[in-house]
Design a protein around this ligand. Structure first.
Ligand code: 2P0
Length: 351
């Protein structure tokens, strides 16, 4: 049939996610199995996301990939090869069960992936990138697996990517199995569960980070005594408290824990030997401003969190976010070198 000769194509977008309980550390670097569970908020598709098209054709000689229009060497990335071969194995099972299904698992793949935000901005691009790739392959290959099951495939590309497969509030269970079968993402609550919650991304620096997450976290595992304490005694309790805060839409509890977990993640980086510093003076000034704001209003109305870079993400409820944006833009005016700030109010604010 025509189905057998025509190229097959699928296009899917996946958004960035922001961890409020941080993933940092692997117990298995090959399968990307984490030392601790983590929990994140997946941002809206409208703002920071990756859009990926995958195309399979019998006449493609091999696999090729273009990232933001520039061709990359697929064979140079073990993670990319792992993701593609894992998806092909799942497709082969579909073909085995249905003899009429075209043999896409044996065809070459062309992948085109574009970020709708500046890649150099230091914002999580591997998470949205691998999530978009796996979702697109799932669609192209007509895989029967659920989103949670596909998150295991995204995890093999980049740990944080497994959380971007699902929307809303997402937990990545560390799991205990050696093969990673129970290390996958699950939705804790849908985005609609807490529509008043907003996130604001403050681009502090658009320079590339000096220590990659992958390298940094392995040095932490090997050298930080504080990290061992965090994994054993802190994160398990915090996962439970964070789930309860989200379930109850308790902003003060959510915000307090978000700030504390960001602070401990950066303390663990400082406790790594040699130490890793991701935050800069502007990051610390934003932290101080958020605490001053909370003191001034007499309640926990805002939270900050920082990942492996100096950029801040601010969480607040809708009504407080208006005031915060005014305050932040007055205290941290945009330098001329930065592109015009975009501010979207709904459902997540992006600055
Ligand atoms: C997170 N980060 O939970 C944490 C917080 C950075 C700080 O996930 O080696 O790019 O690809 O699994 O996912 C960054 O780590 O590392 C990260 P790999 P990844 O969002």
């Amino acid at each position: 049939s025509a189905d057998k000769v025509l190229p097959h194509e699928a296009t899917v977008s996946a958004p960035v996610n922001i961890a409020v309980i941080k993933y940092w550390g692997k117990r298995d670097a090959g399968l990307i199995l984490p030392t601790n569970s983590s929990l994140s908020v997946t941002l809206s598709q409208d703002h920071l996301c990756t859009r990926t098209t995958v195309c399979a054709a019998a006449e493609f000689g091999g696999d090729r990939l273009w990232l933001n229009g520039v061709e990359e060497d697929v064979t140079a990335s073990a993670r990319l090869c792992n993701v593609i071969s894992t998806a092909r194995k799942l497709r082969a099972a579909v073909e085995q069960a249905d003899s009429a299904a075209p043999r896409l698992s044996t065809w070459g793949l062309h992948v085109c992936s574009e970020n709708n935000f500046p890649t150099a901005a230091g914002l999580a691009s591997s998470a949205s990138g691998y999530a978009a790739l796996v979702s697109a392959l799932g669609t192209l290959f007509k895989l029967p697996q659920s989103a949670a099951e596909l998150s295991r495939v995204a995890r093999v590309g980049s740990g944080s990517a497994c959380r971007s497969i699902l929307g809303g509030f997402v937990a990545w269970q560390a799991g205990v199995e050696g093969d990673g079968s129970d290390s996958l993402a699950e939705q804790v609550a849908a985005r609609a569960h807490w529509p008043q919650l907003q996130a604001l991304v403050l681009v502090v620096s658009d320079r590339k980070k000096t220590v990659s997450s992958t390298a940094g976290m392995q040095t932490t595992v090997a050298t930080s005594p504080l990290f061992a304490e965090r994994v054993r005694n802190v994160v398990p309790r915090r996962m439970a408290v964070m789930r309860a805060a989200i379930a109850a839409r308790d902003f003060a509890a959510f915000a307090t824990l978000t700030m504390q977990d960001s602070n401990q993640f950066h303390a663990v980086c400082q406790d790594t030997f040699p130490p890793i510093a991701y935050m800069n003076d502007t990051s610390h000034a934003i932290t101080n401003l958020v605490h001053a704001f909370n003191t001034a209003v007499g309640r926990v109305a805002a939270a900050y969190t920082y990942d492996a870079g100096p950029n801040a993400v601010i969480f607040a409820l809708h009504d407080d976010m208006r005031t915060l944006v005014q305050l932040l833009t007055r205290c941290f005016p945009r330098p001329d070198s930065m592109p015009a700030a975009a501010f979207y109010e709904d459902p997540f604010a992006v600055f």
